[in-house]
Design a protein around this ligand. Structure first.
Ligand SMILES: O=P(O)(O)OC[C@@]1(O)O[C@H](CO)[C@@H](O)[C@@H]1O
Length: 387
C-alpha cells in the first residue's frame, strides 16, 4: 500500500472532539491539580492562572527569551506563532503545554521550586497504594514460569500497564477499572518472540512511558530479557523532565525499585535489577528528545545511532506511538512497516489505544461499527513490529 505523505496532522479544533477536550478540559484540570498540591507563592499562582487562560483560549507565544532551551523552542514554534493552540498539531500543542507548565512553576529557575516534580503527589499516591502489592506478587511470579512463557507474561503486563496513565485517569476515572479486551487489534508477538529468542543476546532499547503501574511491569520485562539471555544489555529510556503527568523519570525508576524491594515477593526482582544496573547490563538514558514536540522522523543523530546499534527498540505507550508513526489521520489500514520505515533499526510498539492515530489495523472500520471509544479508552491494545 502506498503511504499518503499528505495524511493531515491531527488538530484539536473540532469542539467536543477528543483532542479538543484534552486542550479545553484536561489541561486546565491538570493545572488545577498542580496548583492545589503545592503551596506555591503568588507569582507562580499568577503564572499558572495565565497558562490556564492561554491553554483554553490563547495563541502560541515564544518561551521567555532567557529560558535555557529558548533557541530550540523558537525554532519549533516558528511555524505556529500567533496561532490558536487548537489549530496547531495536537502533538505539538500538548508538548508546548507541558513545557509551559514547567516554566510556570519555576522548574528551571533558581530558587526553592527548582526541579520539583509537579506530579509527584499523584505518582507517590499510586505507588503507596496497598492494592499494588498483588500486582507486585504477580510480577514476581513471572520469573517462576517456564522460560517460554516468561516473555509472553512480561510483554502482556508491560502492554496493559499502559492502559490507565494518570493523565487519562484525570478525565476518565473509569479507565482504571474498565476491563481490557481479550484480543489485540494488531498482534506481531510472533516476530517479537523471534527477535527476543533466549540466548540471542544483543542490546534492547526499552523506551519507557509512564511511572508506577506501567514502569513496574516494564522492569519485570527488563528482568526477563536479561535473565533469559534474550538481551545481553538493556537501555531503559526515561524522560529527562516530568511530563504528561505520569511520564517516568530517573527518580520514578528509583521509587519503583524501592517499592519492589519493600515487598517480600518482589524483593528478589529488585535485587536482580539493582545488580544489572550496577554491572552495566541495565543502563539508563534520559534523551532530551522525549520532551520535545518532535516525532521519530526528526530523531537527533546521537539517539538514532543508539537505536541503530540495538537489535530492537521497544517503544511503549500512546504518546511514543504518536511520535513513531506520526500523529496524523492515517487510514487505519496503512501498514505499520510503511510509516516506520525511516526508523533506525528494528522497532516494536506496545501501546494501548488512548488517542485517534492508528495504523496496521485493516479491520478498524468493522470495529468502528460499534462506536469509536475503543480507539480512545485504553481497552484495546496492539503489538506491532517492524524488523
Ligand atoms: O503515552 P501515554 O501515557 O500512553 O498516553 C498519553 C495520553 O494520555 O496523553 C495524550 C492525551 O493527552 C494521549 O496520547 C494519551 O491519551
Amino acid at each position: 500500500m502506498q503511504v499518503d505523505p499528505g495524511a493531515p496532522p491531527i488538530l484539536s479544533n473540532v469542539p467536543g472532539s477528543f483532542t479538543w477536550k484534552v486542550l479545553h478540559e484536561r489541561h486546565p484540570a491538570i493545572i488545577d491539580q498542580v496548583a492545589a498540591a503545592f503551596p506555591y507563592p503568588p507569582h507562580i499562582r499568577a503564572a499558572l492562572d495565565r497558562l490556564r487562560r492561554d491553554a483554553v483560549s490563547g495563541v502560541v507565544e515564544p518561551l521567555p527569551a532567557d529560558a535555557h532551551d529558548a533557541a530550540d523552542w523558537t525554532r519549533w514554534s516558528a511555524p505556529y506563532l500567533g496561532m490558536s493552540w487548537y489549530d496547531v498539531p495536537f502533538l505539538w500543542a500538548e508538548n508546548y503545554f507541558y513545557r509551559r507548565l514547567l516554566d510556570a512553576i519555576g522548574y528551571f529557575r533558581p530558587g526553592p521550586w527548582r526541579g520539583l516534580d509537579p506530579f509527584e503527589p499523584q505518582k507517590n499516591a499510586e505507588l503507596a497504594d496497598p492494592a499494588l502489592d498483588a500486582d507486585l506478587a504477580g510480577l514476581a511470579r513471572i520469573a517462576d514460569l517456564p522460560p517460554d512463557e516468561q516473555l509472553t507474561a512480561a510483554v502482556d503486563a508491560a502492554l496493559w500497564g499502559n492502559r490507565a496513565d494518570l493523565a487519562t485517569r484525570l478525565s476518565d476515572p473509569e479507565a482504571e477499572h474498565r476491563k481490557h479486551a481479550s484480543d489485540l487489534v494488531a498482534d506481531d508477538s510472533a516476530a517479537l518472540h523471534e527477535i527476543l529468542a533466549p540466548g540471542t543476546g544483543g542490546t534492547v532499547c526499552l523506551v519507557a512511558d509512564n511511572a508506577g503501574r506501567e514502569l513496574l511491569p516494564d522492569l519485570a520485562l527488563v528482568d526477563v530479557l536479561l535473565h533469559g539471555g534474550r538481551a545481553d544489555r538493556v537501555e531503559l529510556h526515561l524522560k529527562p523532565l516530568p511530563y504528561f503527568v505520569s511520564d517516568a523519570t530517573g527518580r520514578d525508576l528509583l521509587a519503583c525499585l524501592h517499592r519492589l524491594a519493600a515487598h517480600e515477593a518482589s524483593a528478589p526482582l529488585a535485587g536482580r535489577l539493582r545488580a544489572a544496573l550496577g554491572d552495566g547490563r541495565l543502563e539508563l538514558a534520559v534523551p532530551g528528545f522525549y520532551c520535545t514536540p518532535l516525532t521519530y522522523a526528526e530523531l537527533p543523530g546521537g539517539l538514532a545511532a543508539r537505536f541503530r546499534a540495538a537489535k530492537l527498540t521497544v517503544v511503549k505507550g500512546d504518546l511514543h506511538y504518536r511520535r513513531l508513526v506520526g500523529d496524523r489521520h492515517w487510514p487505519a489500514a496503512t501498514p505499520f512497516e510503511a510509516v516506520t520505515e525511516g526508523f533506525p533499526g528494528a522497532v516494536a510498539a506496545l501501546r494501548t489505544l488512548k488517542s485517534e492515530v492508528l495504523v496496521g489495523v485493516p479491520d478498524a472500520a468493522a470495529r468502528d461499527a460499534a462506536g469509536e471509544q475503543w480507539r480512545l479508552n485504553g481497552t484495546h491494545g496492539l503489538i506491532q513490529v517492524r524488523r
